[in-house]
Design a protein around this ligand. Sequence first.
Ligand code: BJW
Length: 243
Amino acid sequence: MGSISSFINLLFSSKYTVAFTGSGVSAESGIPTFRGKKGIWKRINPDTVATREGFLKNPVFVWKWYLERFKTLEGAKVNYAHIALAKLEKKGLLKAVITQNIDGLHQKAGSKKVIELHGTVKKVKCLKCGKKFSSSIVSNTLPPTCPKCGGLLRPDVVWFGEPLPEKTLNEAFQEVSKTDLLIVIGTSGTVMPAAMIPYLAKQKGAKIVEVNTEETPITAIADLFFKEPCSILFRKLMEEAKI
Ligand code: BJW
C-alpha cells in the first residue's frame, strides 16, 4: 500500500516519469475492461473477434462488433485520471503515456506524447495494400473495402498473435529506458509484450507506482500500490500536491 505523500515525493524527485496504462484507466469513462467479472472477454471469445483468423472467417461479424465498440469509445468522456495525466505532462512532471488502449481518451484529455501499443479506433487499414484511412470511411455496407485497391479493410488494432508495430514498440522501450518513475494504471499486466514494460523499468532501477482496483502480478514489484479507482486516487494526488 502507498501513501499519497510518498507518491508526491517520488513525482517531484524523479527526472523522467512515464505512465503505462490499460483499460482500467478508462473504466470510469464507462468503457468495459477486458478481463474480470464484467470484462469483454466474458461475453465474447477473443478468438472470434481479436485474431486475424477470426476476422477472415467472418469479417462482417467482426466489423459489426467493432462498429458497436467504436461508437462506445468515440462517445466516451475522459475521466479525472486522463485529465490528471495531461496536467502532469503540461507541468513537466510526466514525459509520456504508453497505453494499451485504442480509445484515444488520453489525447482527448490533452496528453501530447501518447504511444499507442495496440493501435487506435481512429484508423482502419487495408489487408491487401496496407494503406491506412480514417475510420470515418467505414459505412454501413459491410465489410468495408479499400478505396485504393478494393482489398478488405480491418480496424487498425493489434490482435492476438500479431506483432506490435515495430516503430511504436521501440518508441515505448526508449521511454522505458529513460524512466526513473513508472506509474502503472489499470492494467492486469497479462498481455505480452506490453506486460514486460514494468519489469523492464524495474530492472533498470526505476521506481514503480501501481494504481489498480485489484492486485496484479505487477503489485509484487511495485514500490507503491494504491488499491482504488484511478480517478479517485488522482484527484487526491492533484489536490494534495496542489497541481
Ligand atoms: C481499474 C479500474 C479503475 C478496473 N481504476 N484500475 C508470452 C510471450 C509473448 C507473447 C505471448 C506469451 N504468451 C502468450 C502470448 C501471446 C499474446 C498474449 O500475451 N496472450 C496472453 C493473454 C497470454 N500476445 C499477443 O498475441 C501480442 N502479440 C505478440 O505477442 O506477438 C508476437 C509476434 C511476434 C512476431 C510475429 C508474430 C507475433 C498481441 C496482443 C494484442 C492484444 N490486443 C488486445 C485487443 C486490442 C484491440 C481492441 O481493443 O479491440 O488489447 S486484447 C486486450 O488486452 C487489449 C488490451 O490492450 C490488452 C490488455 O488488457 P488490459 O488493458 O490490461 O485490460 P484488463 O481487462 O486485462 O485489465 C484491466 C485492469 O484494470 C484490471 O487489473 C482491473 O482490476 C483494473 N481496473 N477498473 C484502476 N477504475
